[in-house]
Design a protein around this ligand. Structure first.
Ligand code: F3S
Length: 387
């Protein structure tokens, strides 16, 4: 692989142990993927930072990078950890707060922005054609499919390495010739109604890059679909007609398929009738616009009845901006957690049913919590917890 003088110096340790280690990770990965060179990135987003996922070995690695002088060389944001940073949630377990604080302190002192969200594009929307190194699968798919910036699906260590060097390998989705949609998927209007289930279907049934036709949702529903397809099928890029910037991808279809409501039924689960219900919205994190929709609904309906609970997960910054509204929701029995989610943390209590609009949450939580689930539209989630 061709390396510039500066990149060689980084690799040879002239910028310190942390940068050398980071550069070695990038070069090795690039070589395996056949990259001929590295490219400069404008934004790294580091995932895999929750103590409940990386445990002590991960904590020690991050700490060592910090102590040996590792510092962000580009704008870098941090994915959710396992702590509710508002301190208000009674559903998010606090047992790991101290361990997570060590990780967070190391990352922030390395110069990473402590946004603790999986929607980093809320803080800094990427521009078309930018090179990114993002490590949160749902966000990567949004960067590629909605903004027309390019990011490969980086694991946590690769995004971290890109943050410390400012480079990533030139391979995969960074190369325009690799962004070719091979399967045209016509989405029936009936299937557009449940973006979470649609995403799970795409992830499970489509292997190549698809081009979706007939699906034209707002960003909030698009992120739900992309998160689900990234979870169930590792999709990092889905071309969406009328949304993905033209020129970012080519279409060379080998196959055409249609998806309608009945194809999605197996992903939807059963509507609860009896037992305790956890309604969950915010996977990926709620954008302020969605947060306000939920806020207005709850304000109209008042206090949550019975044993049901509603959990909202939001970026830390949304909590800080709308603290009064969060406190008001809390006073009506709604649990709001900032900078975390139940997938990367632990819940303090058990429920009989999970009701959510998120296919990604269903994909992980149905196994993690061994819980019945119902995957439906946002409004229906709210109606069910208020039933
Ligand atoms: Fe975000 Fe947690 Fe879902 S990190 S995408 S809310 S699994």
């Amino acid at each position: 692989m061709f390396l510039t003088r500066e990149q060689e110096k980084m690799l040879n340790g002239e910028y310190g142990w942390a940068v050398a280690k980071a550069m070695a990770i990038i070069v090795k990965t690039g070589e395996v993927l056949g990259a001929s060179r590295l490219v400069e990135i404008s934004h790294a987003h580091v995932s895999g930072v929750s103590y409940t996922n990386i445990l002590d070995p991960g904590l020690d690695f991050v700490r060592r990078l910090f102590l040996s002088g590792g510092r962000a060389r580009v704008y870098t944001t941090i994915n959710p950890g396992c702590v509710d940073y508002s301190g208000l949630s009674s559903l998010i377990d606090r047992s790991f707060n101290e361990k997570q604080a060590v990780i967070d302190e190391s990352l922030t002192r390395m110069g990473f922005k402590p946004v603790f969200t999986c929607i980093p594009y809320y803080h800094r929307p990427p521009s078309q054609g930018e090179f990114l190194a993002w490590g949160e699968s749902s966000a990567i798919a949004v960067a590629n499919s909605y903004y027309g910036a390019s990011s490969n699906r980086e694991g946590g260590p690769l995004a971290l390495a890109a943050a410390l060097t400012g480079y990533t390998y030139y391979a995969g989705l960074h190369i325009p010739e690799n962004r070719v949609a091979r399967v045209v998927v016509r989405v029936d209007p009936s299937a557009s109604r449940n973006p979470g289930a649609l995403g799970l279907w795409i992830g499970e049934n489509i292997r190549e890059i698809p081009l979706l036709k007939g699906f034209n949702p707002p960003l909030w529903d698009l992120k739900i679909m992309l998160a689900a397809s990234a979870a169930s099928g590792s999709h990092a890029f889905i071309a969406v007609e009328k949304i993905t910037p033209q020129g970012f991808y080519k279409v060379d279809p080998l196959e055409k398929v249609e998806v309608e409501w009945r194809d999605l039924e197996k992903y939807i689960g059963l509507e609860p009738s009896g037992g305790s219900v956890l309604g969950y919205l915010g996977c990926p994190h709620l954008h302020p616009w969605e947060f306000h929709l939920v806020y207005e609904y709850v304000k109209r309906r008042g206090r949550l009845p019975g044993r049901n609970r509603l959990l909202l997960t939001i970026p830390l910054e949304v909590y800080e901006r709308y603290r009064d509204k969060v406190l008001y929701l809390r006073s009506l029995g709604v649990d709001v957690a900032a900078g975390t989610c139940p997938v990367v943390s632990r819940l303090t209590r058990r429920f009989d049913h999970l009701v959510t609009n998120s296919g990604k949450a269903v994909f992980y939580l149905s196994k993690q919590l061994k819980i019945n689930y119902y995957l439906t539209e946002t409004r229906r989630v709210l109606e069910i917890v208020y039933a």
